[in-house]
Design a protein. Structure first.
Length: 72
């Protein structure tokens, strides 16, 4: 569990990270090693967020909101 505030905690499964190769120009190793991190929050599936908060998150996330309701 990740404690956000006194009244809000998130379960471990709600957040995930994935390491990938960075895109675009960079140094010598940029295309050989995993140098970028993608953080994913399962906002729509979260049982800890009330519906109005989820709606606001969706509006603020814009293109970062996936079709399955996650913020990337």
């Amino acid at each position: 569990m990740l404690r956000i505030t006194n009244t809000l905690t998130l379960a471990d499964w709600e957040l995930s990270e994935q390491f990938t190769r960075a895109q675009g120009p960079g140094g010598q190793n940029v295309n050989k090693v995993s140098t970028a991190v993608e953080l994913r929050f399962e906002a729509e599936r979260s049982p800890h967020l009330p519906a109005p908060v989820k709606a606001r998150l969706r509006r603020l996330a814009g293109r970062r909101w996936t079709s399955d309701g996650a913020i990337v």
